[in-house]
Ligand binder design. Sequence first.
Ligand SMILES: Cc1ncc(COP(=O)(O)O)c(C=O)c1O
Length: 352
Amino acid sequence: MERGDLWRYLPLLPVPQRSVVSLGEGATPLRRLRGGGEVVPGAVTYIKDESLSPTATFKARGMTVAVSMARELGHERLAVPSAGNAGVALAAYAAAAGLEALVVAPQDTPAILLREIIARGAKCLLVRGLLEEAGSCVEEASKAGYTNLATLREPYRVEGKKTMGFEVWEQLGRVPDWIVFPTGGGTGVIGLWKAFGELGQLGWSDARMPRICAVQSTGCPPLAEAWQTGAQDVPSISDPRTVAVGLRVSKPAGLRLIMRAIRESRGLVIAVSEEDVPRAASELGIREGIYPCYEGAVAYLGLQALAREGHIERGDRVVLFNTGMGLINPGTEMPTIPTLETPGEILSYLGD
Ligand SMILES: Cc1ncc(COP(=O)(O)O)c(C=O)c1O
């Protein structure tokens, strides 16, 4: 039987079949946005919903390939610095492969992600500071035999991410005009750019690149700043704060490559207001029945900005990415909900 998951693209991936470590990742739905007409009048908008991934985010795609290659290459101890979601994915795939995993995370990483990393059997350490400090710790850990799977430190996570592009192309039956993607370290954007480049080289698509819009929060916008100024390098964002923790990368190591991908796709980088993110997440839930991660809500705000600023033309096919499940969002407050004392009280709540 033909595989339904992302390993159906095995001939376009660097891993031999014998080393594949899979939890059934990829093959996420691409749905029409019900309220898309209101957000982007005249265009046809879709959402690629990565919340159905086995580790609840698109990070599963990168790690299934990276851990499979690590197994192929005989690496037994794997490590990653992570804001949380890549750590969960490494823990999951290392466990599935029977390999050791180490995750080093900033001290304020949401508890829900730390619990999941431990539950999936990885060793987890916290560090005072940000992702960059966690990265330095993982570099040290290489002296104890750990292979560093940090963003763009090895080539295979991007290979896994490129399957998002293949799926969009297959599901849509064509190359979309725009892809809107929440961006932190940039492997998502680089993977998409690589995917459409390869489809063109293979002669399978019309070799057109979708325009890629990378979206960040004003709480941590290094790429948006570099895009504005045209700089090849930007100072680290000194106090990055965003509820979209996957976008809290204050100085992306792959800045030049990300900028190249955006430029070659004739896309752009947008920063959207941090204050608006939770509201945007609820709006997506209420309108579409999707429970998005805050990173997905950032992308949704980016789509709105793109439409407002007139970048999207009539008839354009636009694909918005929700990169993960809302259950991973930070915050544990109890929502305000009325409590019924007797069954009869319900009618006064429902009555008009
Ligand atoms: C849920 C989620 N969305 C988006 C991103 C950003 O992806 P990238 O680092 O590939 O730019 C991350 C990164 O951690 C993430 O966890």
